[in-house]
Ligand binder design. Structure first.
Ligand code: HEC
Ligand code: HEC
Length: 367
């Protein structure tokens, strides 16, 4: 093997092992930034989190092909110890009041980190009224939730724990409970330099884990789309879908009314409940969801009422659902007068946005 070739392969191995670390997997490997030549070894090194990990060990996040560099908040640098802890918290049903629900219940790794039901069921079988979005790539958004009421993953993470119909717990009680579990004591000490269990540290650890849940490297990113998907890509631009579903996430932090649910009995006011605008300008507006992995994250829209991707594309390609506050940007979509073949091509394009899904198994819970 000649040298240039060897270096290239080494680089590829490093990238793929990095992806596995980023995905969490069973790997709790090195904390060393860069990884260097021992990169591939990380894959086999399935040990337990090392108490030696401290905030000094900055984690080398691998950005999948097609995504942009990710901003990490300065007050919550990524470290292996925090990611390991956040992953356990993410799967721990003890964060819910009756011990039955974890974050993974509604954002299930086996369902592309979303949920296959229209809306979510929390503790005691209570049903919410919005669809649970995938948390893949949610690290890039600055307006979280369908109505954008949360500005960061750190801010967001504590919400579901106290939400009465999701996990329904009291945060101070959660902090007290976790503080009594020796396994957690060790991990919090390691991840937060002796600070121990606190609300903020629970949020920081979960947010750190979520930042590793990135998904790219789709046929679109690799430029390996079939002809139908290639036609779909052109139509996506021609019809103006990309003005709202902007690259590279094919989503954005902006809010638009496309009419979903507005004909129902009790329409969800969406953004209006957050902005508290005194007129209807924000009524029925929702954040533009990412279309990466959309083929895997049905059912669709904020109310989860649309079962198939074909139907979702059909609604969007027809210019949304007419109502008094519909986005004027949908006129361009309507005017494009997309045919059935066009819609099939658009669907093929959206299917080509399915990327590598981080595979993570539920870890063992600390005792
Ligand atoms: C009972 C189901 C349920 C549980 C449990 C749950 N979530 Fe959610 N999650 C949802 C729903 C539903 C939404 C959308 C709610 C909305 O927009 O009002 C959501 C939204 C989110 C978002 C925003 C994604 C985006 O693109 O805007 C993130 C991030 C998230 N949840 C993370 C978590 C974390 C972390 C936990 C555990 C601490 C958790 N969720 C527990 C159902 C759940
Ligand atoms: C004016 C902005 C805008 C335009 C233009 C637009 N969309 Fe959307 N799209 C949205 C918003 C906002 C939502 C979420 C609405 C909701 O759930 O109420 C959405 C949702 C979707 C969904 C469902 C995603 C999910 O996870 O539930 C698909 C699929 C979709 N759009 C495809 C398209 C296609 C294809 C086009 C072009 C034909 C398009 N959109 C044009 C704003 C837009």
């Amino acid at each position: 093997m000649n040298k240039p070739n060897f270096f290239r392969i080494a680089a590829v191995l490093m990238v793929s092992s990095g992806l596995i670390i980023a995905a969490g997997c069973t790997d709790k490997g090195t904390d060393k930034p860069g990884g260097d030549t021992d990169g591939p070894k990380n894959v086999e090194n399935g040990g337990t989190p090392s108490p030696g990990s401290t905030t000094k060990n900055v984690y080398d996040l691998v950005i999948p092909v097609g995504l942009e560099p990710l901003d990490i908040p300065v007050d919550n640098p990524l470290t292996q110890a925090k990611i390991d802890l956040g992953k356990i918290l993410y799967f721990d049903t003890r964060l819910s009041k009756d011990g039955t629900i974890s974050c993974a219940t509604c954002h299930d790794p086996k369902n592309a980190w979303a949920e296959p039901t229209a809306t979510s069921t929390g503790i005691a079988g209570q049903i919410g009224d919005r669809n649970s979005p995938t948390i893949l790539n949610s690290a890039y958004f600055e307006s979280l939730f369908w109505d954008g009421r949360s500005p960061s993953l750190e801010h967001q993470a504590l919400g579901p724990i106290e939400n009465p119909i999701e996990m329904g717990h009291d945060l101070q009680v959660v902090v007290d409970q976790l503080s009594k579990i020796p396994g957690y004591q060790v991990m919090f000490e390691a991840a937060f330099n002796g600070e121990g269990v606190s609300k903020q540290n629970i949020a920081k650890a979960i947010a750190s884990f979520e930042r590793t849940l990135l998904s790219g490297n789709s046929p679109y990113d690799r430029k390996e789309m079939d002809e139908s998907a290639q036609r779909g890509e052109k139509l996506f631009t021609k019809a103006g879908c990309q003005f709202c579903h902007a690259q590279p996430l094919f989503g954005s932090d902006k809010f638009h009314n496309i009419g979903i649910g507005t004909k129902g009995e009790k329409p969800d006011p969406g953004r209006q409940t957050v902005s508290l605008a005194d007129d209807d300008r924000d009524w029925g507006k929702f954040r533009v969801p990412t279309l990466r992995n959309v083929a895997l994250t049905g059912p669709y829209f904020h109310d989860g009422k649309i079962a198939t991707l074909e139907e979702a594309v059909n609604i969007m390609a027809s210019g949304g659902i007419e109502n008094h506050n519909i986005s004027p940007m949908l006129k361009k979509v309507k005017d494009a007068k997309l045919t059935d073949q066009d819609k099939a091509d658009l669907t093929a394009f959206l299917k080509a946005l399915t990327g590598d899904i981080p595979q993570v198994e539920a870890p063992e819970m600390p005792k």
